[in-house]
Design a protein around this ligand. Sequence first.
Ligand SMILES: Cc1ncc(COP(=O)(O)O)c(C=O)c1O
Length: 779
Amino acid sequence: MTFALFPLRTVSALARVAESPGERTFTVSFPVTIVTPAEVPAAAQRPLRQLEDALERAGLELRRFGDEGRDAERVGMLAHVARSSAAVLYALRLTVRRTQEGPEEPADVAAVRAAAEFVQTVRAHNDRVPILLVGDQLTARRVPQSVLSRIDGVVNAYEDTPDFVARKIKREVSHYIGQLAPPFFAALMSYAGDAAYSWHCPGHSGGTAFLKSPVGTLFHDFFGENLLRADVCNAVEDLGQLLDHSGPIADSERLAARTFRADHLFFVTNGTSTSNKIVWNSLVGPGDIVAVDRNCHKSVLHAIILTGAVPIYLMPTRNKAGVIGPIPRREFTAAALQEKIEASPLITDKSRPIRLLTLTQSTYDGIIYRADELKASLDGVVDALHFDEAWLPHAAFHPLYDGMHGVAKDRDRTNRTVVYATQSTHKLLAGLSQASQILVQDTSAGHFDDRVFAQAYRMHTSTSPQYAIIASCDVSAEMMAGKRGPALVEETITEAMEFRRTIIRVGTECDDWWFGVWGPDTPPRTGLPERAEWELTAGAGWHGFDQVDDGFTMLDPIKVTLTTPGLTVHGEFSAPGAPSIPGVVLARYLAEHGVVVEKTGLYSLFVLFTIGITKGRWSSLVAELHRFKSAYDGNATIERLMPGFVTTFPGYAGRGLRDICEDLHATYRDADLAELTTAIYTEPVEQVVLPADAWTAMAAGRVEHVPVEKAAGRVTAVLLTPYPPGIPLLVPGERISASVVRFLRHEQILAHRWPGFTGITHGVVEEDDGSHRTIACLV
Ligand SMILES: Cc1ncc(COP(=O)(O)O)c(C=O)c1O
């Protein structure tokens, strides 16, 4: 169906466009869905057929849906109907009744109950789509209040002409489609749809510059005209200003704040890397004491360098399979923080307050903390509390995570400590890459200073933000509003649980080896997980952490660490000849077969379930794991399995998959890599120089490029970050230990022996002649 671009919206910019002669029309592919439950007899469907003809005459696309099927499938189908329909017409056939009185027919009771259940399920997934009951005996008396309150109308055949009813439905549809887009996205579509010439940048001028060359035309056709017409600059007043939070952008941010239950919410177009720096630069200055999760994202470490802060670190536990565990509860107490301040060689004034505490709320492997408890216990102990929720934007939308995310207006407010959360919309929700947001929960006394915050925001935000990213921040927030967010998150959790159960079930059916999922023993029952099942407890063996505080942390079930045979969480390598599959081999195999995973560990892969997950996607992964197992068991040659990989690394030609896995496993085992990779992340670190000073020395050239072999005892001027997993190991200004050097030497040996199957450490530089690797160290 073709609609004028939002003819019914009242936003002023849109109203103007709707009147302008250059208005562009916009085709949306939402059909009207006609639902006929199985029991509606064919004869009774005649008025429905007449209505369908009239709807088609009115230019509406139709789709039929028979409301049958198995329970789980049916709910999935109804969710699809709810989200992809312009309107839903439900055929409800009741018995013809001569008088107004008398008990309902049993068949009517069943039909009304089925309709009520249908409407409830559709509404759980879409609280706005027009739903109309169509029948010939429908009155407010016969349709219960619980149904009437959830629908948009009742159509009785023969009361009006089919064409009149069709026009009425078309009006409902237009209204529904017209109010779908949130303010900024609506304004942007409207602007892009208006055939006005642009004289502002970007220089491609709505895409026309690309059409002046063949490769540009290719680019234009690939991305499509809308993306390029919507790529505008901040001179366009109608769209508002991201840097000032004005106009439709501000309207959308306000709506998003309501959806995410924040006092303030700001869209950010350069990822949570930038969101983190904005929060930091708005709060922290040179010499300020900050407390930081030692396994934080590198953007937080960059913020330490940028601000000149003096860090103390909160130390997480770690298991021998390389999974980062929780920071013990005690580390967050005022006493423990003060002990760290006392012990710091970099802090002279030990009485200074802690300006900011940053915590990775959802570690890469899915551990999350009881945020409510931390907010209460740290209130007044630190000036600001920052939850880096890059991986947790979904938590506000499901009771499984109650109290486990930083900002929630309806939960206890702190008195003195302002709470921030930074979220990568693009990681788990439907945002374009780099879509991120900053959420603020102010104190009861109002300590948040938006004027200072605005300065930091402008410092880090480009004056040419990408408007498609802003629109995706807007749309992804709108997608989570009302009941839509909870439904989407519940679906994600359900799919993750199904995947976990499938992996476990296949394991019980295989008599030799199979993959595992890191997490508590998942009950085989269907349905949603219970919070208590996912909380980490000291007594449980599955996590492999030495130190766990009961009731303090949980594993987010949608973050799935798939384990391969070869290493236990306690660091025991499997014996020679036993199944052993280094994670990197499986990751390479999967990549060659179109499955790219988020992160690879020594004997694990990290698989992320986002709201974009589908049954087909995870089922294909399971099928691919089966194929890998057959190839491994049959020791199939690697060039047959991974021809692309062998073209790049021909040295492996002719070798069998199992042989490669066993040899690489032997290399890991001989080097006791599990112990070593744990040690380098958990050993005490000596801070010698302030991170900002180490950086300044490097920028001024006061560094020596020391060969890795000779680096023990020297002070690094750069961030050292091994990939995978991409978690910083040493911060500028810290002393390089003997075990770090041992790790880096192993990395080099592995790189020579196992090209293509090894990682690299960012910060270590391969010299031009390839003869050796160096680290920039302070002189
Ligand atoms: C914990 C954490 N914080 C921040 C970031 C940065 O997010 P973005 O990629 O959106 O810049 C990441 C990225 O992986 C992360 O893992």
